[in-house]
Write a protein that binds this ligand. Structure first.
Ligand SMILES: [Fe+2]
Length: 251
């Protein structure tokens, strides 16, 4: 494999391909009581995932850029009342979006077939099979993110009230790969008003499908002792609006 397959389905093992052919009708996307997210740990074979990591290390690592929003000291210094603390989204990762036509990152992603795979019919079909509703073709956002030692995304909800296509709900599809030097990282998300649900995302590969918005964050990535500098978790992120967009909030 010298590049990503042109169809996302060809990255998946038999279980993953079966999921597209025979959608699972998952309860979490059908009831308002549950948080609409599912994380699959076993849909990409280890050998394939290792090859994806090699491709991303070679082609994408040189073009991703640090994105950091630290916590400003003033958020404490400017507080006037006890217990009035509030935290906006804070983050530290490396990333590149594939949305601008002339970006170096998009060229790099095209060179290894990644951009094409993230526009493929089966990439959309996978999202639809999981959430149980049609999504828009060709217009979704694409982003590559890399978490290294200590990198994280703080609590946020991904609500876009100003965007007509996504303000009442949209879908994120995350394809994740961790190398051998990663010891731990967790995705934490709200469940009935508490940030009490979590899922390990440090496996060799994982696929998460979210129907946003809801509150979530990732804990800082922790590398194995002595191998912290090598630890990387890659995240390929596709975002899709529903087709048609829902008229009322889906949550
Ligand atoms: Fe998010």
């Amino acid at each position: 494999m010298d590049s990503f397959p042109s169809e996302f389905a060809d990255l998946l093992n038999k279980r993953g391909q079966r999921l597209i052919a025979d959608p699972p009708r998952l309860d979490v996307f059908r009831t308002k009581r549950a948080t609409p997210i599912v994380v699959f740990d076993d849909l990409i074979d280890d050998r394939v995932a290792r090859r994806c990591i090699e491709l991303l290390d070679r082609a994408m690592y040189p073009v991703i850029r640090r994105m950091e929003t630290p916590i400003p000291r003033e958020w404490i210094a400017s507080m006037k009342k006890n217990y009035s603390d509030s935290l906006r989204k804070t983050v530290r990762v490396k990333t590149a979006t594939l949305n601008s036509r002339k970006s170096q990152a998009l060229d790099a992603a095209r060179g290894i077939g990644l951009a094409q795979m993230m526009r493929s019919e089966s990439f959309h079909e996978f999202a639809e099979a999981v959430v149980g509703k049609p999504v828009e073709r060709g217009t979704g956002g694409r982003q590559v993110i890399c978490y290294e030692q200590g990198d994280y995304s703080g609590p946020h909800n991904d609500h876009h009230p100003e965007s007509p296509g996504s303000r009442n709900g949209f879908v994120d599809l995350h394809i994740m790969f961790s190398n051998d030097a990663v010891r731990s990282q967790q995705l934490v998300y709200e469940e009935r008003g508490f940030l009490s649900a979590s899922h390990d995302v440090n496996g060799r590969s994982g696929i998460a499908v979210y129907r946003l918005p809801f509150w979530h964050y990732t804990t800082p990535l922790v590398g194995r002792a002595g191998r912290e500098a090598e630890a990387r978790r890659w995240l390929l992120l596709g975002s899709f609006d529903f087709d048609p967009p829902p008229e009322k909030p889906m949550w």
